[in-house]
Design a protein around this ligand. Sequence first.
Ligand code: UD1
Length: 399
Amino acid sequence: MSEREELGNGDLLQHRCRRFIKEATLKRLDCIVGTRPNFVKIAPIIRALLRREGFAVRLVHTGQHYDVALNAVFFDELGIPDPDVNLEVGSGTHTEQTARIMLALESVLTNDRPDMLIVVGDVNSTLAATLVASKMLIPVAHVEAGLRSNDRAMPEEVNRIVTDSLCDLLLTTERSASDNLLREGARPERIGFVGNVMIDTLHACLERAVPAGRTFDEIGAGVVASRAEKSGYGFVTLHRPSNVDDEAQLRGLIEALCEITHAIPLLFAVHPRTRAKMEAAGLGRLFEDGRLLATPPLSYLRSLGLMREARLVITDSGGIQEETTALGVPCLTVRDNTERPITIAEGTNTLVGTSPAALKEAAADVLVNGGKCGRVPELWDGNAAERIVDHVRTFLAFR
Ligand code: UD1
């Protein structure tokens, strides 16, 4: 039925006026995502925005991650609406990827200018979107601001520093991140300590997490599954360029994992970048004896189920350091530094460095002594997205 038929002529003008006023008063927010961890962070923010009156949300996907396993499956499981815009930039060098996102996003923002952008995390999509919006004088809110590894060899650290220096609203997951921002000269009124939105998603999804046994069955890991029932298992992810791009380093770590499997079976969810490097180095055969079990990247609900039931997690991911802390599962982080120090100070995370010998030693220690106990950090309570929306609303109201 048309609007005219539905309302009758007399009401139509009044209705149109009301709708115009309502739409004109809506604050238009663009949420930018590009990679797997971005999807996990944006899901509760979109839900919280749509629960409140007064916001119109447009979801812009840069296309940085495009494989089903890194992308579509996350949208399905996390209940994220289909992107309104997909820039489809794909892979490339950092400069190529960043430049392609900037060019494509500039024309989207020029055609239809939002009141504010929300960017999350520290990936190239985060940086590129922030640069474009800042040049166009569109305010930007950064969720997960202020984290610092103090290691500029890490591409994400460069992304974090530049993003935070440009953003108007800096929303932090831990107090040390707010302190970093203050030290760098950010004005206190730009900073909001809101807690960890990744943990909002974890809380929302825990009941639906796929039991580990089912994942083992479905990936055909019968032998490992029966051993895992007796001894438990470890869950592994590695994808940082510093660990996987150098052949000798990658070989050393994979050989260390193989040795750890003498004590406990390991399930390794292999990122496409790691897979490509392993194949190029002829390391794929190390998966063939069936003790170190490889799978393609897993969906969020499968990873969550596997982390929750694991005896230990070995990773170089940022998000997994936080998720294991929230779950109380011992985590060995194969890096020399972390931008998430609260997972060490209060959580279950241990930095083991990048040497294969140190990794083996740390894993043996967890298996003998049970690993680190921790507590859940302040404001990692499942309500970070609501606090983010409060800050965004206040910021826009006072502009
Ligand atoms: C990116 C982020 C990293 C984040 C990770 C999560 C940056 C600088 N890095 O790393 O911080 O922890 O996402 O996964 O933004 N590839 C595919 N399919 C895809 C996407 C990538 O096969 O859908 C392969 C391509 O060979 C590509 C490589 O993975 O060249 C790296 O992808 P890229 O998006 O550049 O970085 P990630 O390593 O995924």
